[in-house]
Design a protein around this ligand. Structure first.
Ligand code: ADP
Ligand code: MG
Length: 311
């Protein structure tokens, strides 16, 4: 077992790109781009709650940072710096951290983020990531901007991560190539940073889907004091696939509202090579109300919206 400081040096000290003083001193020093607003977000991952004890450490390292990068995407911000608090048991820390840090820095490198500090303690495995991003003044995307008449859009293929998890847990058996897609969504979620930046001038509100499509749309509705009517194309009629699409967590797709026309969003989708699907619209009804209709207009609103740690 290496000392705490040897461990930090070995696994978490890497050259930085845009940092004045990083890992190793009492505090980090950064110089934000002049005129930018700083966007700050923290997420915790706890063993047994957010990941299983036997999760591949490299996948976990990626995901640990990716879920925070996703918050920057949802704010329309460029992710820049991150701090990492870790609690790990004394054994088998060595090889485990090797994989974890490899996954973490793979994500950091992909999005050009500097790890600038953190804290390392012993205990049951848990991770706390704080990320800092930069937003154009007044342009950060909020949950509170949706207005009656806006279209409601979702990126990618929501529900994939939850289907992958159901497969891993042996509740279903997915055929290839669907299986590979769903496992990739579960283990290596792709934060939609480019989409978030493009949405700064297009979206009225945005959120990343971590707790389930309906649950996270609920947050936009509450904070914007509006209602929604959803008609999701190709909605599976019933069963697990439908549950995963509507209430499955862990997708990290962006859900957003926009007043602009369909063709403008379609052009953006083509540009980013990312599906963007219109799933409904903001309507004038009781704030927070969410109605889901099938192709015949029949109300099929489910009772459960998604995941809630305290629900
Ligand atoms: P202090 O005692 O001043 O809090 P620490 O001994 O906790 O300092 O940490 C030493 C240095 O290593 C600090 O710069 C801290 O930010 C960094 N650090 C500690 N743990 C991590 C980690 N898991 N990831 C990145 N940097 C870390
Ligand atoms: Mg410390």
């Amino acid at each position: 077992m290496p000392s705490e400081f040897a461990l930090i040096d070995r696994y978490f000290k890497r050259p930085t790109r845009h940092t004045l003083l990083g890992v190793g001193d009492d505090g980090a020093l950064i110089a934000p781009t002049s005129g930018c607003e700083l966007v700050i977000s923290t997420d915790m991952l706890v063993e047994g709650t957010h990941f299983l004890a036997d999760t591949d450490p490299e996948a976990l390292g990626w995901k640990c940072l990716a879920v925070n990068v996703s918050d920057m995407a949802a704010m329309g911000a460029l992710p820049r710096w991150v701090t990492l608090g870790i609690t790990v048991p004394p054994a088998p820390t060595f090889g485990w951290l090797d994989g974890f840090s490899r996954g973490f820095f793979a994500c950091a490198n992909e999005f050009g983020i500097d790890l600038i500090g953190g804290d390392t303690t012993r205990g049951p495995r848990a991770f706390c990531v704080t990320i800092l991003g930069e937003a154009e003044p007044g342009k950060a995307l909020r949950r509170s901007g949706a207005r009656v008449g806006d279209g409601i859009w979702i990126s990618g293929r929501p529900g994939c991560a939850a289907l992958g998890l159901a497969h891993v847990q042996g509740r279903i058996e997915l055929p290839e190539p669907r299986l590979a897609d769903c496992l990739a969504a579960l283990h290596r979620p792709q934060p939609r940073v480019a989409l978030g930046l493009a949405l700064r001038s297009l979206a009225t509100a945005a959120i990343d889907v971590s707790d389930g499509l309906l649950a996270d749309l609920g947050h936009i509705l509450e904070q914007s004091a509006v209602a929604a009517r959803l008609q999701i194309p190709d909605l599976p009629a019933a069963g697990l696939e439908r549950d995963c699409l509507l209430a499955g967590g862990d997708d990290y797709e962006l859900l957003f509202t926009a007043a602009v026309s369909g063709p403008r969003i379609a052009a953006l989708a083509a540009d980013l090579q990312l599906p963007l699907t219109r799933i409904g619209e903001i309507v004038a009804a009781a704030p927070g109300e969410l109605v889901l209709v099938d192709a015949d207009g029949k109300d099929i609103t489910p009772a459960r919206r998604g995941f809630d740690h305290f629900g």
